[in-house]
Design a protein around this ligand. Structure first.
Ligand code: ATP
Length: 461
């Protein structure tokens, strides 16, 4: 993890938030390469789960919603974590975390039981001090709408993207031709005032979610649950995450969220242990029913054939974008022995890589080479994210691009000026081929759609 944190900082993927002011704890900014990585993941997810499926539509809802939304969804009453404080240092901890670290199975435990257990085992803070009585702490961030700070104007930043999809269920039925079973997807920021954020971008107080609410008939929920579980696993594989680092954790009934009848956490083997990467929940008709009761609006679905009216049930595949990015970084990172030393290489799947192609003139003080390299750069740029790089020896430029996971480097040398060919070098195999520049764009298309590298041009030994 330390190596990932250092590489991502050094190369401008992920930077400590508010750095020039001594940072803000557990806040991170995505830099030039990080934002590309993040955009690539979001866009690929959207393409796969929204654009390429006839049964899905997307929305982009507001971050701040009417407080009644959070009352009906249960967040105002239920979105709590048990908080304890070190009596000496005043540091705060989640009691369930502390108990778990001391070997207590907290599944299904209410705060009173945790409090009793805490006394039974004489639980101390990680600093060895006495702890306060636990109290429930609501994780929603509060703010006020407009200039006057009164209870009536108090609103919350959304702690999940899900609710806008339930609230818009009827609007979507009325404004599209979509019919059951179908899903609504949304990506965007969610905010949670976590008591113990940490582990780099694993747990932060603002993060991006990629969520789907899939509406179906009650009797079909198991089928759709299985379908989405399988889709989530396929996605994980597509991200280049090895199945040996993934496991499904079936949440015991006693530990299910207030809205869920079945939840599977897809866990990833992070350096700090197997932890939740994604969640898949069967939310029953809880949300639509609660919003229907609270708003007084009829949110039932009318079957176009039988005219039956009923409240659809919901399967929710929920993905964290930042956790996906972290897992992808951890999986892609390799240290490899090579002929003259060692290299660090990010073996990203091509679609993930923030830069797809790098173009180098062999020498940066030869005007003809520089001009030609720039022409090639200009030709590739509209098609693939490309960087022009003329700093240092060629070997160093390769290392630099290995480290940020650029799949392909194009080098322009003296022969290029003679015969209009250039050297292409493959990140993973480090093989090199010679390619006719008239065919370069075609070769790139083939390369990025998976054609074998040595079939694309003349191999250079
Ligand atoms: P955890 O148990 O780790 O707190 P959760 O069960 O509360 O997670 P969900 O409410 O299911 O998480 O949120 C859906 C997804 O959003 C999670 O699977 C995770 O990928 C992501 N996520 C949740 N909380 C955070 C956070 N604080 N920082 C980054 N990502 C998060």
């Amino acid at each position: 993890m330390d190596k990932i944190i250092s590489l991502t900082r050094r190369r401008g993927f992920i930077l400590p938030g508010s750095g020039i002011y001594g940072c803000l704890s557990n806040s991170w900014d995505y830099g030039p390469l990080g934002v590309e990585l993040k955009n690539n993941i979001r866009q690929e997810w959207w393409k796969r789960f929204v654009l390429q499926r006839p049964d899905m539509v997307g929305i982009d809802g507001a971050l701040i919603m009417n407080t009644n939304v959070w009352r009906a969804s249960g967040h105002l009453d239920e979105f709590n974590d048990p908080l304890v404080e070190d009596k000496k240092t005043h540091e705060r901890y989640r009691l369930d975390d502390l108990l778990e670290k001391n070997g207590v199975d907290v599944a299904g435990m209410k705060i009173e039981e945790m409090s009793k257990k805490m006394k039974d085992i004489n639980l101390k803070s990680p600093k060895g001090n006495e702890l306060t009585e636990p109290k429930m702490f609501n994780m929603m961030f509060e703010t006020y709408l407009g200039p006057i700070k009164t209870e009536n104007n108090k609103v919350y930043l959304r702690p999940e993207t899900a609710q806008a999809m339930f609230v818009n269920f009827k609007n979507i039925l009325d404004t599209t031709r979509i019919r059951l079973p179908f899903g609504i997807a949304q990506t965007g920021k969610a905010f949670r005032n976590e008591i113990t954020p940490g582990n780099f971008i694993f747990r932060t107080r603002e993060f991006d979610q990629l969520e789907i609410e899939y509406f179906c008939r009650e009797k079909e929920w198991e089928m759709h649950f299985e379908h989405w579980l399988s889709e989530m696993h396929k996605w994980v594989k597509h991200c280049g995450i090895s199945s040996k680092n993934i496991k499904d954790y079936e949440t015991p009934d006693s530990d299910l969220a207030h809205y869920s009848k079945r939840t599977i956490d897809i866990q990833y083997k992070f350096p700090f242990g197997f932890k939740e990467l994604y969640g898949l929940a069967y939310r029953t008709d809880f949300d639509l029913r609660s919003h229907m009761e609270a708003s007084g609006q009829d949110l039932r679905y009318v079957d176009p054939e039988t005219n039956d009216k009923f409240i659809p049930h919901v399967i929710e595949p929920s993905f964290g974008l930042d956790r996906t990015l972290l897992a992808i970084l951890l999986e892609a990172y390799r240290e490899e022995k090579i002929e003259n030393g060692e290299r660090v290489v990010m073996r990203f799947p091509y679609w993930v890589a923030p830069v797809k192609v790098a173009v180098f003139p062999l020498l940066n003080n030869n005007k003809k080479l520089v001009k030609k390299a720039q022409e090639i750069f200009d030709m590739i740029l509209p098609n693939y994210t490309t960087q022009y790089d003329d700093g240092g020896a060629i070997g160093r430029r390769y290392r630099r691009h290995d480290e940020i996971g650029t799949p392909l480097c194009v080098t322009v040398d003296h022969d290029t000026l003679e015969n209009n060919t250039a050297t292409l070098r493959d990140r993973d195999s480090m093989e090199q081929i010679r390619v006719d520049l008239d065919k370069l764009l075609d070769v790139l298309d083939k390369y990025f759609t998976g054609e074998k590298f040595n079939k694309l041009g003349k191999i250079i030994k």
